[in-house]
Design a protein. Structure first.
Length: 192
């Protein structure tokens, strides 16, 4: 077999793999892991079911691969984030704004991870949450001497309040779109 033919075949396989992953991400966003069907992914990717299984031997491996790339990108974005202000109230506002923006942009991903994802998905959510905790701790450390609570307690309060399940309840409950502002007021009342 000629070298250029092998390269062409490798490129074709990579394109097929990416099409399958894109289809899986779209289906996961729409129906979640519990209702994810390999047949639907294959149809959306315009490949056979057998081709999907050739690339991903099980539904959970397919879901993990589809989610992993997005979670890694989000985790890296969280790790790079730093508040611009050194004033405690502004730092809290920035943490909440960043969290709200991330949640809004990655709503489908967060729902999939927190609502019945396979074991790999739960691991990805734990890794993302660990990075969020580090970022919150780093941000609180910059203003720790100006808070009512010890830095450790402030971090715990912010982390619990901004956890994805709590955030989801706040946004879908009576507060709706006002939730970020109300959460900010609550945290400021407790910490400043």
């Amino acid at each position: 077999m000629r070298h250029y033919t092998m390269r062409k075949r490798a490129l074709e396989m990579e394109r097929t793999r990416e099409a399958i992953l894109a289809a899986a991400r779209a289906r996961l966003a729409r129906v979640g892991y519990g209702a994810l069907r390999v047949d639907d992914v294959a149809r959306r990717a315009r490949v056979s079911r057998r081709t999907v299984y050739a690339h991903f031997p099980s539904r959970s491996i397919l879901a993990d691969a589809a989610l992993s790339e997005r979670v890694t990108a989000l985790r890296e974005r969280v790790a790079r984030w730093h508040p611009r202000s050194a004033e405690p109230g502004a730092v809290l506002d920035e943490i909440i704004a960043f969290h709200a923006r991330s949640y809004r942009e990655e709503y489908a991903l967060m729902e999939t991870l927190s609502q019945g994802a396979p074991e790999g998905g739960r691991r990805l959510l734990r890794e993302l949450d660990t990075e969020r905790l580090r970022t919150i701790a780093r941000s609180v450390q910059t203003v720790s001497g100006q808070l009512r609570l010890a830095a450790r307690d402030a971090v715990a309060l912010i982390h619990a309040t901004l956890s994805y399940p709590a955030w989801r309840v706040a946004l879908t409950g009576p507060a709706g779109r006002r939730a970020p502002r109300l959460i900010g007021s609550m945290l400021k009342a407790a910490l400043l």
